[in-house]
Write a protein that binds this ligand. Structure first.
Ligand code: PMP
Length: 419
């Protein structure tokens, strides 16, 4: 353990029992290439606790049935579990009502839903949509597609060398042509937390709605959509210790009421004739077809699990890991940290002067360490920093200081081999 960090870490570890938490995650016991798994790819997806696995399996084993349609016992039980999850999620982000919580496949589908439904209805030729330089492709491409269809313009808020949004540039950019703003709450590539409250209040002073991509924020920061006053917010279950293939779109009820359906099919209808269809009420209007029932139940379970540990405790733990790791890698020769904002979540992106990120990732894999290397679905951001890719270690609630040491020792070995 590095001395300068040790006092803080030791006093803190008495309060947060990371060993006990690790026991809840069966996958953390596996070996990779003969070494204990050190899983530091949490920004790509998090591991799942036994509680989530059990709740999901339980649905398939004990009450598998389709929801909303059947009068039989299993269908009613499944419907109840599915709808209870919606309420857990509503409470988790403090939405006004459960009709503001739409189940989707994930962040990507949530953003596409808004771009397609709200966007097609409201964006006209010559309008402008604002996003930022650090957006994930899923918060770029849907807006680009909409702009191409409508002959509208996509405008990009620049960032500084630390990776922070230059707020003054946003102030200059916003005008009467701006019709929508969509920004990432916390960046998956840089880790920084954006000043979303300031962005929302400025946009609202022009009557412009704001969407937040909260894929990376939701498992680190307490989200209160009423306090944020965002118009839409998207996140994915799999980054929240829940299943893949399930996610959430939150939308203010007045927007959702006014928006046309995204997809047509079962469950989203009230009455169908060959001449005409009337649509179901919210949230079902946006949930066509059989949803990922097990996934929704698993997501509710993941939130219950997180709340038992406490989001603030998790965030505090991850911040210590980030601080510790940042200090430890700062001394490594030729290593540049990409994303040095003051306020960050547990993401550490870096680039070695003389070693390609792909080699870093492959080398570390043989040490049992899973990190992510590549463009992290943020190619324009990589271009902004003049790098083809970065290596990214991202921390979760179960990571330890010892695991950071394994990472750093691996990086030292890489320098010996390639340096
Ligand atoms: N936005 C951000 C900031 C992300 O980190 C991700 C996932 N890497 C996404 C959007 C897309 O999420 P999903 O693939 O779960 O739809």
């Amino acid at each position: 353990m590095h001395n300068k960090n040790s006092t803080l870490v030791e006093s803190y570890s008495k309060l947060y029992d990371v060993r006990k938490i690790r026991e809840d995650f069966p996958i953390l016991k596996i070996m990779v290439h003969g070494k204990p798994l050190v899983y530091l790819d949490n920004a790509a997806t998090t591991q799942k606790p036994q509680y989530v696995i059990d709740k999901t399996n339980n649905y398939y084993e004990k009450y598998n049935a389709n929801i909303h349609r059947g009068v039989h016992a299993l269908s009613q039980e499944a419907t109840e579990a599915f709808e209870s999850s919606r309420i857990i999620i509503k409470n988790f982000i403090n939405a006004l009502g459960k009709n503001e919580i739409i189940f989707t496949r994930g962040t990507t589908e949530s953003i596409n839903l808004v771009a397609s439904s709200y966007g097609r209805k409201n964006i006209k030729e010559g309008d402008e949509i604002i996003i930022s330089t650090m957006e994930h492709h899923s918060n770029i491409v849907p807006w680009q597609m909409l702009c191409a269809e409508k002959n509208a313009k996509l405008r990009i808020i620049p960032i500084n060398e630390e990776g922070e949004i230059i707020f003054e540039e946003f102030e200059k950019m916003i005008n009467e042509k701006t019709k929508f703003v969509s920004v990432v709450y916390a960046s998956n590539s840089l880790g920084n937390v954006n000043p979303v409250k300031k962005i929302i209040s400025l946009a609202h002073s022009y009557n412009i709605p704001v969407m937040l991509d909260a894929a990376q924020a939701v498992n680190h920061l307490k989200i209160d959509v009423q306090q944020l006053d965002c118009d839409f917010l998207a996140f994915s279950g799999h980054k929240l210790y829940g299943p893949t293939g399930i996610g959430i779109l939150y939308g203010k009820v007045n927007h959702l009421e006014a928006m046309p359906p995204y997809q047509g099919g079962g469950d989203m209808i009230s009455k169908v004739t060959f001449e005409e269809t009337t649509y179901n009420e919210l949230p079902h209007k946006f949930e066509a077809g059989t949803p990922d029932i097990a996934g929704a139940i698993g997501l509710g379970a993941a939130i219950e699990y997180i709340e038992k540990i406490g989001l603030e405790n998790i965030a505090y733990h991850e911040n210590i890991l980030l601080e510790y790791a940042t200090k430890a890698v700062s001394d490594l020769q030729g290593l540049r940290i990409i994303g040095t904002a003051k306020e960050k979540i547990g993401v550490l992106s870096f680039h070695f002067e003389n070693v390609h990120p792909h080699d870093v990732g492959t080398f570390l894999d043989f040490e049992g360490v899973a990190i992510r290397t590549g463009h992290h679905c943020t190619q324009p951001l990589m271009r902004r920093f003049g790098v083809p890719a970065t290596s990214r270690a991202s921390f979760g609630m179960y990571n330890t200081i010892e695991e950071v040491d394994v990472l750093v020792n691996g990086l030292k070995k890489i320098l010996e081999v390639f340096g």
